[in-house]
Design a protein around this ligand. Sequence first.
Ligand SMILES: Nc1ncnc2c1ncn2[C@@H]1O[C@H](COP(=O)(O)OP(=O)(O)OP(=O)(O)O)[C@@H](O)[C@H]1O
Ligand SMILES: [Mg+2]
Length: 487
Amino acid sequence: MGKVVEKIKVINVFEPEREIELEAVIDTGATMLVLPQNVIDKLNLRKMREVKVRYANNKTEIKSIYGVVTVEMCGRAGEFNVLAEPEGAQPLVGQIILEQLDLIVDPSTRKVIPNPRSPDMPMVEVLMATPPNSGSLTLIQTPPRQGFAYPQYAISTYRKRREINATFRCNHSLAEVRKMLGNNDVDVVILGDAYIDFIFLDVERYPLPGEEIIVKEFELRAGGSAGYTAIALATLGLKVGVISNIGNDFLSSWWLDFLSNLGVNTTFIKIIKSSRIGAGCVFLHRNDRSFITFRGANQINRELPLPDNIHTKFLLVTGFSQAPYLWQSSLFDFLKGIRQRDIKIALDTNWSIGDWQELFKKILQYIDFLIINEKELKKFAKSNDIYDAAERLMDMGVRTCIIKRGELGCKIIGERGSQDIPTQKVRAVDLNGAGDFFNAGFIYAYLKKGNIKTACQFANKCARIAISHFYLKNKIINLKNLRGEII
Ligand SMILES: Nc1ncnc2c1ncn2[C@@H]1O[C@H](COP(=O)(O)OP(=O)(O)OP(=O)(O)O)[C@@H](O)[C@H]1O
Ligand SMILES: [Mg+2]
């Protein structure tokens, strides 16, 4: 067949800023990923153990195994150990990598391609006594029912995912998940929007009518501000419940399944039979992003007041401008009730089209932390001065403004004055969801330490992780590593 060479990216899982792009020979006769020692040193990998290696000439040698790296190849990614060869050796991709990423070598073109049986994502074979169709990684398709999502649903999908050792592992044991779902006792409740995001990376321009434009990276994500924040909070290890609306389509099941598997309490997600989940096409450009949005179930009025049998320490209302179902006066009663129970309330509106601003003004009296970006703050307060703008909102009842300022980090403006919390600037790969990871980091650290400055510092770090990785999986891995900083 001749030599097959592919470009791969190798990233140190524990120090994701250390990454190298290189050309590797695809060797279906080899087992592991093989890298020369100088590349391993540049990546600063940890030596894990030694193994005996047999070469094609039957000679055996003792070699070192290093770990752990993420390998990105042909639009797929997975975590692997590395076999070290001396400096100058040819990088090799062996069979384990191809199998896990579900890639095959096409002999006619001598290219590595996704396995045609599952072109959109890797399919994992599981040799166990479950029905053959349950082996696929994502096609766990239990039709949702009208009404609230049942705990039983979450538990059964949780089990399936665990069996097939899915990419997104749950942070909690089954017993913990059951307990969480059973008693509605959570650290944080998030009230907001649920969307599926179709994310296209590096879109340089838009197609003209009738034209096609190819992008190199794409990801389908279970998101919306409520979705992303819940994913980040669950990753950080908090018990989190979401109140939102989804529909009765396959993508709604997938969204629900995804969050449930991370241990998010989805008991209060309302499934609206006549609707579909909201969906957004997100185009990531060099320094910004643009959207095409279908609001779907986020638009459908659900019964408010909202459930009062949730026990929580913190409520986040997020994506307020993206979820018209929230624009009802009965939201006041809900927020009032929450405040009377001495639960802290944070609000992040984002900025979307619609008549939400009058209602927004009225709910500000219940808000402890308005977490908002600088542009939104100035636009809303109709003032170009950040202090003046914050003061106007504080006059309407907000206790503290946490103002997100992109690469400058954030600023706290409250009754006791103001404070800048700078960050370390990073190259933005994906700005979608930076604000949501920020919010999650803020809430996590605030609940752990009770200090607004510490919470903002940690929030900046979480946002940095969100924007410097494209794949959600890599964001999650890195966020998990961060949680040890605040215990
Ligand atoms: N280039 C960067 N380098 C480092 N940190 C950044 C950078 N850009 C954004 N951040 C971090 O991300 C946080 C949120 O970003 P931003 O100010 O864009 O808020 P946002 O508009 O609410 O985000 P979103 O668009 O997700 O709603 C910032 O407060 C900052 O901590
Ligand atoms: Mg925002």
